[in-house]
Design a protein. Structure first.
Lengths: 296, 375
């Protein structure tokens, strides 16, 4: 408060100093980030390297994490779900974004709206809606059995099928939009030039369009993967016992067992693994972009 | 940088002061556990942390408002009374809750983390206390409102009394083909008592639990369960939509749904009773008012009024003197229903095992392990 009061009367000199050093403003923003992001991260580190019941510095939490394969299974499940979601999103999202970027303005508008409108609905509401649609007596199964395609209702819910349907639906926009933004800015003359030089449409796509759009694909994949790692509600509602994610276990450890040091260790481990994946992704995307530029 | 005179009309307000003020405000918002200290009136104020919704509305009507009128002490409600929030308050020395309304697993976790004040039973009205079964006089929590895990079922799948009536029935996938759902996560312990009973242990001999026998029986349940639900509202939703037929969940919640017209009913036989308790937060500032409040709300008549609004069993047997027979039949602590069920053994779940953790903590963790590995 004294700081605010002291600066409340600006002198001409102070204003000049302010203008002369724009760095001050950046310093303010940095300080803000440090307090809001860095300090909590540091205290997370502090928690993670405490012994049980808050006793001094120790590696007890780390050795517990290494020794208990329950958590390894959950990490594996989490990464597996995220990887499959990313793959499915890419397979659906790329053609979709391609169509969005190449079609006429009206259809493009419609396609954009179709992606964006569910994007603005709450994840919880969408997951609950899938429970109603995919259930034993849900609409999908009623149709399938009603048309005689299936004798008995298919198990679409409370297993990994349900989880994938729910997660792909939520995360697809994060794949479509980055790819679309690259494809829509791509010079249409480039594939046309390839065609005029004798390339088949498929060859023009594989050798020209696809390499140039890889950065968009990499950005989309990174985003989808990151979000999928931290997903919590959708696997919990739509999944079965084999879809227990690390986020669920972190919640259990922090909220039910009140074991904050171990919870911090689990969170740090997750952060470390995600950072690793991100580094790999960045290296790959960088390589892809370089290859694309050489092709040009 | 160019000077933009229109930015601030107030001559005394520089951009820097706006920035600093903004940063300060953001800091306050950024720390989720910082609670604004309530202004305490002269007569004092107590803050009761509960679960909100219709439960808090009913409590306000029959407990908080009459208490305010009788004593002049204001009652503010807040919540939900999560152990993690209490821990953040006590750790930061900024305790703004006085009384919690919460269940035993949460209380045990908080006792272990030294977040609660023991209840001084000498400060409570002997006559009123005497009407509450001694099993509910926990050193850190006084049972006031009873929930129970029961066999809750869809009446379309099992009409006219054809529902499973014992835990052995629930474990029998041949005789009862329906889809099952059991709780997992959300701070819920595994239902090991039912597993033991289904395996042939008599209900009055369940404790001390034969843990290995119970888990072996729990293994047999696994293929019959369609959904391990994470919260009770979800369970009721699954039951009423017909997605599942038999559910081990909170009986009173089933009764709320039944009252709202859902095809759901509750089998009280074999149920496991457990209390929601009044507990006192460590560092509660108004001890005298806290005990005045507790003495007020453990009165059987007050509890009966609450039970008319939400179908959870009153802990005081005196409450049934103020309820009709039809009303009593729907409550899990009516003398008839009480005889069909058993009490959760708080001491067993709270007992510290060899590894320094409580049975409750160990079994919750083992539940996660069981869930992950047998998939």
């Amino acid at each position: 408060m004294t700081l605010v009061a002291a600066s409340a009367v600006p002198s001409a000199k102070a204003t000049r100093a302010w203008r002369a050093r724009p760095g001050l403003m950046i310093a303010g923003a940095l300080a803000f980030c440090a307090i809001v992001y860095l300090l909590p991260m540091l205290s997370l580190f502090g928690w993670a390297f405490q012994g049980p019941a808050g006793t001094g510095a120790s590696l007890a939490q780390l050795s517990r994490l290494i020794g208990d394969d329950t958590y390894h299974y959950a990490f594996f499940t989490t990464f597996k779900i995220a990887a499959i979601t990313t793959l499915i999103c890419a397979l659906i999202g790329y053609p979709y974004a391609y169509l969005m970027a190449t079609t006429g303005p009206r259809l493009a508008m419609l396609l954009t709206a179709a992606v964006m409108i569910p994007f603005w609905t709450s994840v919880l509401a969408r997951s609950l809606a899938w429970m109603i649609l995919l259930g034993r007596k849900g609409i999908v199964n009623e149709w399938l059995t009603g048309w005689g395609l299936l004798e008995r209702p298919a198990a679409l819910l409370f297993n990994s099928i349900g989880v994938q349907i729910g997660m792909v639906h939520v995360l697809l926009p994060f794949m479509v939009l980055p790819i679309w933004s690259i494809l829509s800015r791509l010079d249409p003359g480039l594939p046309r030039a390839a065609r005029s030089l004798g390339a088949s449409p498929a060859a023009a796509f594989i050798h020209v369009t696809l390499p140039l759009s890889l950065p968009g694909l990499a950005a989309g994949a990174t985003l989808v993967f990151m979000f999928a790692i931290g997903f919590y509600i959708t696997p919990a509602l739509l999944g079965g016992p084999n879809d227990l994610t690390i986020a669920s276990l972190i919640e259990m450890v922090v909220r039910d067992l009140l074991d904050w040091p171990f919870g911090a260790m689990l969170s740090l481990a997750l952060l470390g693994l995600v950072a690793l994946v991100f580094a790999c992704g960045a290296a790959f995307a960088g390589a892809g972009r370089i290859a694309g530029m050489e092709g040009r | 940088m160019t000077d933009r005179p229109g930015l601030s009309r107030h001559p005394g307000l520089s951009r820097r002061s706006v920035l600093l003020g903004g940063a300060g405000a953001s800091l306050t918002i950024a720390s989720p556990f910082v609670h604004v200290t309530p202004a305490r009136a002269d007569k004092g104020e107590i803050v009761v942390a509960g679960w909100g919704g219709s439960r808090t509305t009913a409590m306000r009507e029959v407990m908080f408002t009459p208490f305010e009128k009788a004593t002049g002490i204001r009652v503010r409600d807040d919540g939900p009374p999560e152990a993690a929030k209490v821990k953040a308050m006590v750790d930061s020395g900024n305790v703004t809750w006085d009384i919690l309304d919460t269940d035993i697993p949460a209380i045990l976790a908080m006792v272990n983390a030294k977040l609660l004040e023991p209840i001084d039973y000498s400060k409570l009205d002997k006559a009123r206390l005497g009407k509450i079964p001694p099993v509910l006089h926990h050193p850190y929590g006084l049972g006031h409102l009873i929930y129970s895990f029961n066999i809750v079922y869809n009446t379309k799948a099992y009409p006219n009394g054809t529902q499973p009536k014992t835990w052995a029935d629930v474990w029998d996938g041949v005789k009862f083909k329906g889809a099952r759902s059991f709780p997992f996560r959300g701070g819920l312990s595994p239902q090991l008592e039912f597993a033991a009973i289904a395996d042939g242990v008599p209900a009055d001999k369940v404790y001390p639990l034969d843990i290995e026998r119970a888990w072996a029986s729990h293994d047999k349940l696994r293929p019959l369960v369609t959904k391990w639900y994470a919260n009770h509202a979800e369970a009721i939703q699954l039951l009423s939509s017909g997605e599942i037929d038999i559910c081990c969940t909170i009986g009173p919640r089933g009764l709320v749904a039944k009252k709202d017209g859902a095809p759901i009913d509750v089998e009280f036989a074999g149920g496991k009773l457990a209390p929601d308790n009044w507990a006192i937060v460590k560092g509660a500032r108004n001890a005298e008012a806290v005990y005045q409040f507790l003495n007020f709300v453990i009165d059987g008549k007050v509890q009966a009024e609450l039970a008319k609004r939400i179908p959870y069993g009153p802990s005081s047997q005196d409450a049934f003197a103020h309820l009709s027979e039809a009303e009593a039949k729907q409550l899990n602590t009516s003398p008839d229903n009480l005889a069909k069920q058993f009490w959760t053994d708080i001491d067993w779940w709270g007992k510290t095992a060899e590894n320094g953790k409580t049975n409750n903590e160990n079994q919750i963790e083992r539940y996660a392990r069981w869930m992950v590995k047998r998939g």
